[in-house]
Design a binder for this molecule. Structure first.
Ligand SMILES: Nc1nc2c(ncn2[C@@H]2O[C@@H]3COP(=O)(O)O[C@H]4[C@@H](O)[C@H](n5cnc6c(=O)[nH]c(N)nc65)O[C@@H]4COP(=O)(O)O[C@H]3[C@H]2O)c(=O)[nH]1
Length: 695
């Protein structure tokens, strides 16, 4: 009720209360006075007084009270946040000069403005503080993160001041270098250097740091324990507000393992995995560099292509394991045979290349090549097996045989093919006509391959006579090739090519079959069962699988007694793999097939082998026979060979008998059989049938 009354009375309640109190007081006083018998004039005075008082109060209210009430209301009304307080205006006409209320309003306005500004300043400051606090928190959290990164980093971190004195290092630094922070703080990072990094690297580092503020690269440092390691280092500069360098931050890691892996990969990519020699790629790189240097320094180079002779046979017979070990042994010999600065490479298979740097000329290259050839000729002991191999070597010289790496390789390769073609185990220099010769050879191989199917081969037969009786004892089958364009091609020209190209297997099988068939025909025509047919045999043929079975089959098929077949194998071929050949020849001999060593005396066989070889006859080479008339030495050799053969129970067949004197000499020495142009040339079977001596 009271509150309701207060509200209804409003802000002017004090004035109204005064007016009400004055009226009530006047009424009370009037009533009391009336009670006590006070007469009207007094009552009227009192009432007048009361009315005057009420008027005064009303006037006071109108002139001051309501303004005070407005001021109070203004002061109670809060201004909107962020807004300046509204100006206080009284509802009155402004006096012509400021009165107390004007002063009060002005003072209140100033006070409120000041208060508002103070509040605004405080608020802004509070915001600022809030911002600062947030920023500080952010900085602190970043510093925390950075400190964690710094300490937990797996990479070593070094922070140095502007004078490059270490001011902080992390744990990884201690782990990596072995130095504790106390041992390095205040010192120059130079203390870590192993002294192995070229000074140009440091120069470039300082140049880059000055120009770009960063540098990274590889340098070699030394740990506290003295061990040296390569590290990958990144340095950044930190600049202060003035722009001058205030700090250096270096991050590094040990890259020994990475370098080892890189080196391993490099080695694998550049070296032959079996022998450890340089591989084709590495050789090509080195040769290119060597050629450029040689051109610049006006030096000579020699490139040697080496191909092992008949390595494939060793592989086939003894297995790849043995073959691999032989290659490793050969690689070691090659390395030993040349100087440290020369490059020895394996191109694959049994092909090796040696790059000789700074050779003085053809002679010195030849000397080294000869040394290499002889080194490879020595027998190799692999797991108790004595293996022999020889090499065909091609040589090309820079600059005359090729001014580029490619040309030089091609020339040396061509020379090596030539070395193979002229009979293996020799060395040949590149010459201008070689390419043409090689092309011709390639064509010859293609023609030979075709010759067999095109039936371009025929056999001619040369009689061999019993020296004492003059009776036709045997005939030697000699291969003839009628080339469609070139006419008759000499066996001396195409047999070696057939041997090197592997075609001799098929050709030899055809010869053997044809000779046996011919024997059968003669047998049927003459009824003479003891005529012997001699057939030349290549080493590859003898070594080929199934050769013995092939002989068995032919003898059976043609009903030919084994002793009517004589197989001739040259001395040099026989010596290539004595052990295996002895075994195979033994098997043939057991069957009764006759065996003869062809061109005896021209090879390098040890005479002691003659005792173990399962043979029946020696064929005295015609070079000795030719010399018997004029050369006492040759005569002595013939004499000795015949005597030796007889001592060993062997027959001797002299080939190439061209003169009566030769025949007389051979007869006098007890030679068993004679063959030569003096007696009969090789001829086709039809012609032989007409020969006087033919049965
Ligand atoms: N100067 C001269 N030469 C004479 C005389 N008597 C014979 N000749 C020749 O001497 C060679 C004898 O054959 P070879 O020593 O086995 O030498 C043969 C043999 O090693 C090889 N050959 C021939 N036919 C075959 C064959 O079917 N298979 C194999 N693997 N090699 C063969 O080719 C070589 C050469 O054969 P050809 O040219 O037929 O040459 C033949 C023959 O024509 C003579 O009095 N004076």
């Amino acid at each position: 009720m009271k509150a309701c009354l207060q509200r209804s009375l409003g802000p002017a309640s004090v004035v109204w209360r005064l007016v009400l109190a004055a009226v009530l007081w006047s009424a009370l006083v009037a009533a009391a006075l009336a009670w006590w018998g006070v007469q009207p004039p007094l009552l009227t005075h009192v009432l007048h007084t009361v009315l005057v008082a009420a008027g005064v109060v009303a006037l006071f209210y109108a002139g001051v009270g309501r303004h005070l009430w407005r001021i109070a209301r203004h002061l109670r009304t809060p201004s909107a946040p962020g807004q300046a307080p509204a100006a206080l205006r009284l509802r009155r006409r402004e006096p012509w000069r400021p009165d107390e209320l004007s002063h009060l309003v002005t003072a209140i306005g100033q006070m409120q403005q000041a208060q508002w500004q103070a509040a605004e300043t405080a608020r802004e400051r509070a915001h600022e503080l809030e911002r600062e606090l947030a920023q500080r928190q952010r900085i602190e959290s970043r510093l925390h993160v950075m400190a964690t990164v710094f300490e937990s980093s797996r990479e070593a971190i070094v922070i140095a001041d502007h004078a490059n004195r270490i001011i902080a290092v992390n744990e990884a630094f201690t782990r990596l270098t072995g130095y504790t922070p106390a041992e390095v703080l205040g010192r120059n990072p130079r203390m870590l250097s192993a002294g192995m990094t070229p000074s140009e690297v440091y120069q470039a580092m300082w140049r880059d740091l000055g120009a770009h503020g960063c540098w990274q690269g590889e340098i070699w440092d030394r740990r506290k324990d003295g061990s040296i390691y390569p590290k990958w280092l990144s340095i950044n500069t930190v600049r202060g507000p003035t722009g001058r360098i205030s700090h250096y931050v270096a991050i590094f890691s040990d890259i020994s393992e990475r370098k080892e892996a890189e080196e391993k990969i490099y080695h694998l990519a550049h070296h032959d995995s079996l022998t450890g020699l340089a591989n084709r790629m590495s050789l090509s790189l080195e040769l290119n560099v060597a050629v450029r240097q040689a051109a610049h320094n006006r030096q000579r180079l020699a490139l040697m292509f080496i191909d092992l002779d008949r390595f494939k046979e060793i592989n086939d017979v003894h297995g790849h394991d043995v073959g691999d070990r032989l290659l490793v042994a050969i690689a070691a010999r090659l390395r030993e045979a040349v100087r440290h600065g020369d490059t020895v490479a394996r191109l694959g298979g049994d092909e090796f290349v040696i790059l000789l740097r700074q050779v003085h000329g053809r002679d010195s290259a030849q000397q080294v090549a000869e040394k290499v050839r002889q080194a490879l000729e020595q027998p190799c002991d692999i797991d108790g097996l004595t293996l022999r191999t020889t090499a065909s070597i091609g040589l090309a010289l820079y600059p005359q045989d090729g001014e580029s790496a490619e040309q030089l390789m091609k020339s040396a390769d061509t020379a090596m093919y030539h070395a193979k073609a002229v009979g293996r185990n020799n060395l040949q220099f590149y010459t201008l006509g070689l390419e043409q010769a090689l092309l011709e050879r390639v064509q010859l191989v293609a023609d030979l391959r075709h010759a067999l199917v095109a039936e371009q081969f025929v056999l001619h037969y040369q009689p061999q006579f019993d020296a004492a009786t003059g009776r036709l004892d045997a005939v030697e089958a000699l291969l003839r090739w009628r080339h469609p364009a070139q006419g008759w091609v000499a066996p001396g020209r195409f047999i070696p090519v057939a041997e090197q190209s592997g075609l001799i297997g098929d050709i030899g099988a055809w010869v053997l079959g044809q000779a046996c068939r011919q024997w059968r025909q003669w047998y049927e025509q003459t009824g003479r069962p003891d005529l012997r047919v001699a057939v030349n045999l290549s080493a590859a043929q003898l070594a080929s699988d199934g050769f013995i079975e092939q002989v068995d089959h032919l003898l059976r098929w043609h009903g030919m007694p084994p002793e009517c077949l004589e197989l001739e194998i040259t001395e040099s071929m026989l010596m290539e793999d004595v052990e295996q050949n002895v075994e195979r020849l033994g098997a043939l001999r057991e069957r009764g097939v006759k065996l003869a060593i062809d061109d005896f005396g021209t090879g390098y066989s040890s005479l002691s082998y003659l005792r173990v070889l399962p043979i029946d006859a020696l064929k005295l080479d015609r070079s000795f026979v030719h010399g018997v008339e004029t050369d006492a030495g040759n005569a002595a050799i013939c004499k000795s060979i015949i005597a030796l053969a007889h001592n060993l129970g062997l027959h001797v067949v002299a080939e190439g008998v061209e003169t009566e004197a030769q025949r007389a000499f051979l007869l006098s020495q007890g030679c068993d059989r004679l063959q030569g142009y003096l007696l009969a040339r090789p001829m086709p079977p039809a012609e032989l049938r007409q020969h006087a001596a033919f049965p």
